[in-house]
Design a protein around this ligand. Structure first.
Ligand code: CMC
Length: 421
């Protein structure tokens, strides 16, 4: 494609056009400042591509999401979360041998160092599990000092360490919060079964995870596994671009995910639904609050920076919520309330004109609740699902020929030079 000419301050420069495989186009402005003295300004980065990536494609207008080319609708419910992780990390689905190998290494590395168990005692009992998770993931780097290494084998080993151990940390933080003894991972169980075992086993008797819960969790983790350059993934890339070790980069991503505008929205949705229920189920009043520019209230679980159409993940989760609750014979009034809210919003001009639809977080909490996972653990569940995406992006970044420390510029608007009197 022909370069695009940009004229700035009477200085014309030719900017190469970068074409993606899905007909996306970007203007390469890497010479802009050098040749014209100007920079671009794009708060929130809605028009800025930070990298070239082969991992995930989203078309927000059409509601399309594909991992390594595979539509999310084809992957969800058909392959396992560990196969999805392998796909994101390696670009291809695993052969049977590769799958066995990958799964075996995840099972073998699920234990954390015994000394790390004592760290949980240092947190207050009511610590938010996201606070515990991000701290513990940083702490993992102390037990894996080789994470500074650029050796590919060591990098891959630590990727496995993170995938295998973070679910153990997540389950231990739940056990600690509830005053329950830690349950060690069991090498005979697959990833999802093992997590449920560490969460819900009773140390007195054998635990067998309900296959309905295993399937539901597998589905949710796959749907959260990657979403290209979202806030937390961009954070992982930014933190990792200083060549900080992978544990530190992932821990930064966990902290970025925590906010209610991002992964914290799943917790906020359930809290919002509970508030509306307590307020006599008057959901129409809350729709009005959401539209009122003088009110800080937003309809949580609605809207997305990229999707201006129904989030394809939300479509799958909504259907799954119905199925899971029916199979478990649970009648959750919050699901009915969520559906009522959705229906009113989707027929309201305010939401229609702005392209605001339910996102991945709108219905996911209903399923987590049905599984017995407490509300404050929801964002931890999101983090577990997003780990393969974060790791795939981190790995893609450190191996990129364009690798550079990420360092945006600014337009300074503070005082000009002045002196002490
Ligand atoms: N409720 C009411 N109004 C909304 C909402 C909402 N949930 N979301 C966006 N709007 C309005 C917003 O006020 C603005 O209106 P106007 O044009 O009149 O000023 C317009 O829609 C565009 O919104 P924006 O804030 O400029 O959009 P954004 O791309 O910067 O923000 C968002 C995206 C997800 C942060 C936002 O939609 C939001 O706050 N949603 C609720 C929180 C949420 O569910 N977050 C999870 C996102 S999906 C999963 C994930 O990334 O983790």
């Amino acid at each position: 494609m022909k370069p695009i000419k940009i004229k700035v301050n009477n200085q014309e420069i030719e900017c190469p056009v970068i074409e993606g495989t899905e007909n996306e186009h970007g203007i390469n402005i890497t010479q802009l400042r050098k040749k014209t003295g100007y920079i671009t300004l794009d708060p929130g980065y809605a028009n800025t591509g930070a990298c070239i990536s082969k991992i995930t494609f989203i078309d927000g207008e059409k509601g399309i999401l594909r991992y390594r080319g595979y539509p999310i609708e084809e992957l969800a419910g058909k392959i396992s979360f560990t196969e999805t992780a392998y796909l994101l990390l390696n670009g291809e689905l695993p052969s049977q041998d590769e799958k066995n190998q990958f799964s075996k290494s995840l099972r073998k590395n699920a234990n954390i160092h015994e000394d790390m168990k004592r760290f949980f005692d240092g947190f207050p009992l009511n610590a938010h599990p996201m606070a515990t998770l991000s701290s513990m993931v940083t702490a993992l780097s102390a037990f894996h000092p080789d994470s500074e290494s650029e050796d590919e084998e060591i990098i891959n080993k630590n990727i496995i360490n993170i995938l295998a151990k973070v679910k153990t940390i997540a389950a231990y933080s739940y056990r600690k919060y509830n005053g329950l003894p830690f349950i060690y991972p069991n090498q005979d169980l697959n990833y999802v079964e093992n997590f449920l075992h560490m969460m819900f086993s009773d140390s007195q008797e054998e635990y067998h995870a309900d296959p309905v819960l295993v399937d539901a969790l597998n589905l949710l983790l796959i749907l959260h596994a990657d979403h290209e350059q979202n806030c937390s993934t961009s954070t992982v890339r930014l933190a990792g671009s200083s060549k900080s070790n992978v544990f530190g980069a992932i821990s930064s991503g966990i902290s970025a995910l925590w906010g209610p505008l991002h992964g914290g929205a799943n917790q906020a949705v359930i809290e919002m639904l509970k508030t509306i229920k307590k307020d006599g189920n008057n959901y129409k009043k809350y729709i009005e609050y959401a539209k009122d520019k003088n009110s800080p209230f937003r309809l949580m679980g609605f809207g997305h920076r990229v999707y201006k159409n129904y989030d394809p993940r939300a479509k799958i989760i909504k259907k799954a919520a119905d199925q899971v609750l029916t199979k478990l014979k649970i009648n959750d009034p919050l699901l009915d309330l969520a559906k009522q809210l959705e229906e009113v919003a989707l027929n309201d001009d305010y939401f229609v004109q702005r392209g605001l639809y339910p996102n991945v977080d709108f219905y996911s909490g209903i399923i987590y609740r049905a599984m017995g996972i407490p509300t404050n653990m929801f964002t931890v569940m999101f983090a577990l699902g997003r780990l393969p995406g974060w790791l795939a992006h981190w790995k893609e970044m450190i191996n990129s020929p364009d690798f550079k420390i990420n360092r945006p510029r600014q337009i300074y608007t503070g005082p000009t030079k002045r002196s002490l009197k």
